[in-house]
Design a binder for this molecule. Structure first.
Ligand code: UD1
Length: 353
């Protein structure tokens, strides 16, 4: 694993390995390396220190992926794992999977089968290729089963187990709610909007940030916004200095439980993250997703999610409707119940190559 969302997806599986004294080697590629993007998550999620830290850091897609491959291959050759588990859709996921496929080490992919059908997203390339070379595919929602079937992946390899990110949420929700993180920013529960933005297509161009800021200004008489800013967004805001709305508080990225607390207390969530779409659906909080598509359609069909892209009129209209109480509520989603990691553990332990 290597990036912030990976930690949340892997921690509950790792905790079952620890509880059962089963053998594992933990590798952190170092794709995310800031304290608040990495170490704080390890602490919150009670994760052990990685056995190997590759320290690859930031770079272009090719150089980041290549650096991970070179260093991860050395570890595989040294430790000769029975199988390798990779979560999610980040560059670390694909890089490690590629290494294993060439060394004939079985690969298990946690969060397989999701598809946005948008090849401009690096994550989509990472997902499709990782699934193609994986031996065990753990699926979070039904759309994943349909997608993998269409791609001709044998059903023997596929296991519909649910969502390990929800396992983490279920485990830490009580702590998150009692933390009342909104109070630290002088906000009132159920009376603020939580905003997150980090996708290159949204945050690398300051015009897109200005569009979202205009929406925030439009609702200045009605609601305050809080934005824990990803380093990529911070870079654009610092260098290009868009005019900031008065009803927007920009803070540093938060550790997992504090973020969960802020999410739990929010009236509305506006995001371009994958995981936040799922978490807000589980918590029944209305969510506006600043993307044209989602690889997590269950959050639209069964959940609280609305896709708006960066269409200002649509964002404003949807936001206004939600403020007026016209929003979707979510239904129960199959296997999003806190037990997915246990199922994964049992399948991995029983696996014979
Ligand atoms: C990566 C994932 C994305 C995931 C996101 C979660 C890929 C292709 N993208 O995007 O799917 O949703 O993580 O956050 O793998 N940076 C820091 N400190 C850090 C990490 C990053 O300052 O600890 C800065 C660097 O300037 C870097 C930029 O953020 O250039 C982007 O980081 P990178 O890991 O390349 O991708 P993310 O945008 O975080």
């Amino acid at each position: 694993m290597g990036a912030r969302p990976n930690f949340v997806k892997i921690a509950p599986i790792l905790n079952i390995y620890k509880k059962n004294n089963s053998d594992y080697v933990l590798v952190h590629t170092g794709q995310h390396y800031d304290k608040n993007m990495s170490d704080d998550f390890f602490a919150d999620l009670s994760m052990p220190k990685p056995d190997y830290f590759l320290g690859v850091g930031s770079g272009t897609h090719a150089s980041q992926t290549a650096k991970i491959m070179i260093k991860f291959e050395e570890i595989c050759l040294k430790t000769r794992p029975k199988l390798v588990v990779v979560p999610g859709d980040v560059n670390s996921t694909l890089a490690c999977a590629l290494v294993c496929s060439k060394l004939h080490i079985p690969i298990a992919h946690v969060e397989a089968g999701l598809r946005s059908f948008d090849k401009k997203m690096p994550e989509e390339i990472n997902r499709v290729l990782t699934d193609r070379i994986s031996d065990i595919l753990f699926v979070t929602e039904k759309s994943g089963l349909v997608n993998l079937d269409k791609e001709g992946i044998s059903s023997d390899k596929i296991h519909f187990v649910g969502n390990t990110m929800i396992d983490s949420l279920v485990k830490y929700l009580d702590r998150a709610t009692s933390l009342k993180e909104w109070e630290n920013s002088s906000l009132t529960k159920n009376n603020y909007c939580l905003l997150t933005m980090h996708r290159p297509s949204n945050v690398d161009d300051v015009k897109n940030i200005e569009k979202v800021f205009d929406v925030i200004k439009f609702f200045s008489d009605e609601i305050n916004f809080i934005l824990p800013a990803h380093p990529r967004l911070k870079k654009t805001i610092t260098s290009l200095d868009p005019s900031r709305p008065e009803n927007l508080l920009i803070i540093n990225p938060l550790p997992y439980i504090k973020f969960l607390s802020l999410l739990y207390g929010a009236r509305i969530v506006v995001t371009d993250s994958g995981g936040v779409q799922e978490e807000s659906t589980f918590l029944k909080i209305p969510c506006i997703t600043l993307r044209e598509n989602t690889e997590r359609p269950v959050t639209i069909d069964h959940g609280t999610n609305h896709l708006t892209g960066l269409n200002i009129k649509l964002i404003t209209k949807t936001f206004d409707n939600i403020l007026k109480g016209n929003f979707k509520t979510s239904r129960k989603i199959k296997f999003w119940d806190g037990n997915s990691s246990q199922k994964i553990y049992e399948i991995l332990e029983g696996y014979q190559a």
